[in-house]
Design a protein around this ligand. Structure first.
Ligand code: PEP
Ligand code: MN
Length: 336
């Protein structure tokens, strides 16, 4: 049975009390779960969208993570976005560094981080591990390139799939998993959903897709969290979440393909719904301007164009015409 990896803890280190209270609850749970490596996480320097939001407690919080490590003998992790963060984190004995989705979108920033790990003046007692999240945009090649940049430093690397815009990106993750089956891939259901209530439903994917574990945001008082308040779960919830996973599964490749199909179908229906919405707005305009809903010349022109696209995508023209006729009929109905 392979060991699963759970990186758990608050989005941000907010105070010594909050960090230690959350760590204590996680440590209690740790003794009840077997075959699992628990790593305590907390962001110290936070890449926030707005400069008015809480930006993290900064260097001071490294001592709170050190206290968790010393008190509970649990490895600790924090996010780094600059070479200065790397130096400070390694000097404080942080065991796992993760690179967030915003930093992962910049190969120059990732290269600078890799070089600073390589040239670090402080040699940590144990080798540091680096986790690289997927970039905020769906770019599998960039994610793979980032893994390679970090590997050149000789550190063990893991990938974390946190999705984009609070949605999973299974297609992108499947490409990376297929290219690099040798490195662990973790799920980050907290940032993937942005909603604590949706975390449980994503946990099944760890088993289905043969992932190696998860990074989950856990806060002792999520309602008072200074960042990502909506998505952090309580320590009591964490044990139920971990019990949902079971790493012995046979149909991993089929499940990856099904995850891709589910994702594409979701996009398909969203696109169709958005198209109907525009159709209804066209209907309002046509009514106001006394124009009939069905305009045969326009219909013929767009059908010709859609059939050309079908050819470019190697799709049979009868199939595309049938689908398009159905969509168009419904559009006209919505305009009446
Ligand atoms: C985080 O883990 O708290 C974080 C900022 O994540 P991401 O880079 O995935 O948004
Ligand atoms: Mn967060």
């Amino acid at each position: 049975m392979k060991q699963s990896i759970y990186i758990v803890g608050p989005c941000s280190a907010e105070s010594r009390e909050q960090v230690l209270e959350t760590a204590q609850a996680i440590n209690t749970l740790r003794s009840t779960v077997s075959d699992t490596l628990f790593i305590f996480r907390a962001g110290v320097w936070k890449p926030r969208t707005s400069p008015s939001s809480f930006q993290g407690a900064g260097d001071e919080a490294l001592a709170w993570l050190q206290a968790v490590k010393a008190r509970y003998h649990m490895p600790v992790a924090t996010e780094v976005a600059t070479p200065e963060h790397v130096q400070a984190a390694l000097a404080a004995g942080i065991d796992y560094l993760w690179i967030g989705a915003r930093t992962s979108a910049s190969p120059i920033a990732v290269q600078a981080i890799a070089e600073s790990i390589d040239h670090c003046a402080v040699r940590p007692a144990a080798p540091v591990n680096v986790l690289i999240k997927n970039p905020v945009n769906t770019d599998a090649a960039l994610w793979i390139g980032n893994i390679e940049r970090l590997e050149r430093t000789g550190v063990p690397v893991m990938a974390v799939h946190r999705g984009c815009n609070h949605q999973p990106c299974w297609q992108m993750a499947h490409i990376v998993r297929t290219a690099r089956p040798d490195i662990p891939m973790l799920l980050d259901p907290s940032h993937m959903s942005g909603d604590a209530a949706k975390v449980a439903a994503l946990m099944d994917k760890i088993t289905e897709l043969g992932l190696n574990g998860a990074m989950i945001e856990v806060h002792c008082h999520p309602e008072a969290a200074l960042s990502d308040r909506k998505q952090q779960v309580r320590p009591e919830t964490l044990s139920n979440l971990i019990n949902l996973t079971n790493l012995n599964n046979q149909n991993i490749e089929l499940n990856w393909l099904r995850a891709e199909i589910d994702e594409l179908d979701a996009t398909l229906w969203e696109t169709i719904a958005a198209r109907m919405d525009v159709s209804r707005r066209i209907g309002i305009w046509k009514k106001a301007n006394d124009v009939q809903p069905l305009q045969p010349a326009r219909y013929e022109a767009i059908l010709r164009q859609r059939l050309k696209w079908a050819e470019e995508h190697d799709l049979p023209s009868t199939f595309v015409q049938q689908i398009f006729d159905l969509i168009h009929q419904e559009s006209i109905r919505q305009q009446k």
